[in-house]
Design a protein around this ligand. Structure first.
Ligand code: SF4
Ligand code: SF4
Length: 453
């Protein structure tokens, strides 16, 4: 047995006995699953770059404007007043992640996680192109510094820095919008020194992650990866080695595994999947492709390493679908539908009416009056003429300013005085109800208090 085989449970494979880093030289993957993953990755990358530029009714598809507490998600704008809906969506999302992982394992990590996509599909590909496959890279790293080595390393790291800066700028657009970003880069740097420093800092972090830290994000930092131990069970679908078929392993043994270690050489986290499910496995499927090539050469059926649950391998089944993952998928669908329903059923406007702090009631000849602050958020994509009426009493409203028109996807703020006849006020606190109308249609009602003598 090799040292790795003996120590894989004691320490991460990319760490030596002293706790130092052991660099992973992964072989360039190829095959059916790699092609599929590449297609998915390019679609996601195109989506990620395109999001700040895709507009729905003049708004970006997604904008996470934390400074102004305004979030646009697929065209729907969420304001600070929507915190409850956002919290509900986040909760559903967490539930979705948990259920998804229990059923489909780490599909997210291998196929859609930005870390995997950037590292495997962008940075490592450039590395393969400049420095060659794993043997050439290993040789290059261990060889003395020559002009050729300096050229290759400078070229690689130069491109890595450029991509890190580009990535950071796309990310910034998700938070400040593409127009604002364009405005900022047209201005002299001295006008946006803070923003420029943040951009440089984040670019530096990206460069460091994808050039040096790499797979350690998955094996040491990512909380989602660490949660796998509690989220996965024997029925979860993951990349698994069929030990029933493969063992006993060896070139001349009766098992299908010829112990060529091709699956290990291609693994971006450097592990041996034949040791069973491990925290370091990001389910990238590279070992499936590599082993299938070996199976083809040896004339055996593909799928010695495949997407399967531990239970299906133990029971000798090749099918991954069972009653449980079907049932969970239905629940996932219900949660997702809830997402869509919550988004679609948001009220068109959201009103807040509060008595102006620090002011008591005022007395006129036949009325008492209170001063209120009003805030209305228009969540539709149309301008709305609004009208405020008192529904619960025979009162009169005097609004600051004469028109109550609210632009699409924006907020209206004003102050008004409510006069109520003395005869209608029976105590020091009276519940009053307002109606907010648009073109004669009641859009929302709002209840608050009116203070009297
Ligand atoms: S690639 Fe397949 S045959 Fe080779 S060691 Fe891995 S599991 Fe065994
Ligand atoms: S064991 Fe296989 S699926 Fe897991 S990370 Fe390594 S190559 Fe990818």
């Amino acid at each position: 047995m090799s040292i790795e085989e003996l120590t894989f449970r004691d320490r991460p494979i990319n760490m030596n006995e002293r706790g130092g880093r052991k660099w992973v030289y992964a072989k360039k993957p190829s095959g059916k699953w790699w092609t599929r993953r590449t297609i998915v990755a390019w679609i996601l990358l195109a989506f990620w770059i395109g999001v700040p530029f895709i507009k729905i009714n003049g708004n970006p598809l997604v904008l996470l404007d934390i400074a102004n507490r305004k979030f646009i998600i697929f065209g729907a704008i969420f304001w600070a007043q929507d915190t409850f809906i956002l919290a509900l969506l986040m909760l559903s999302f967490v539930l979705f992640i948990v259920l998804f992982t229990v059923t489909y394992g780490r599909l997210w990590c291998g196929w859609t996680c930005p870390q995997t996509i950037f590292l495997e599909m962008v940075f490592r590909r450039i590395e393969y192109l400049i420095e060659g496959d794993y043997r050439e890279r290993l040789h290059l790293d261990n060889s003395p510094w020559t002009v050729k080595k300096i050229f290759k390393k400078t070229l690689k790291h130069g491109i890595f820095i450029l991509i890190s800066v580009a990535m950071t700028n796309v990310f910034l657009m998700w938070f400040i919008g593409s127009e604002h970003w364009l405005e900022m880069i047209r201005e002299p740097i001295s006008k946006n020194l803070g923003g420029f420093a943040i951009m440089l800092l984040i670019s530096g972090v990206f460069y460091w992650i994808y050039s040096f830290f790499r797979e350690q994000i998955c094996t040491m930092v990512c909380p989602y990866g660490r949660m796998q131990g509690v989220l996965l069970d024997s029925k979860s679908i993951m990349v698994a080695y069929d030990y029933k078929r493969g063992e006993p392993r060896g070139p001349r043994s009766t098992g299908d595994c010829i112990d060529c270690k091709q699956c290990v050489s291609v693994c971006p986290t450097g592990i041996d999947i034949r040791n069973g499910t491990q925290l370091e496995c990001v389910n990238c499927s590279a070992c499936i492709d590599q082993c299938n090539k070996v199976m083809k050469i040896t004339g055996k059926a593909p799928g010695l390493i495949r997407y399967a649950s531990e239970a299906s391998i133990k029971g000798g089944h090749t099918k991954i679908w069972n009653a449980r993952n079907r049932a969970y998928s239905v629940v996932l669908l219900i949660i997702f539908s809830f997402f869509v329903y919550t988004l679609a059923s948001r009220p068109e406007i959201e009103t807040t009416i509060l008595r102006t702090p620090g002011l008591l009631y005022q007395e006129q000849d036949s009325t008492y009056s209170n001063v209120y602050n009003i805030k209305v958020v228009n969540k539709t994509h149309e301008e709305m003429p609004l009208e405020l009426k008192i529904l619960s009493h025979k009162g009169r409203i005097q609004l600051a300013g004469n028109k109550m028109t609210i632009k699409d996807q924006s907020m209206y703020e004003s102050t008004f005085i409510l006069y109520i006849p003395k005869a209608e006020i029976t105590g020091d606190k009276t519940e009053v109800k307002f109606g907010i109308y648009s073109n004669g249609k009641l859009m929302e009602t709002y209840q608050t208090t009116f203070v009297g003598p």
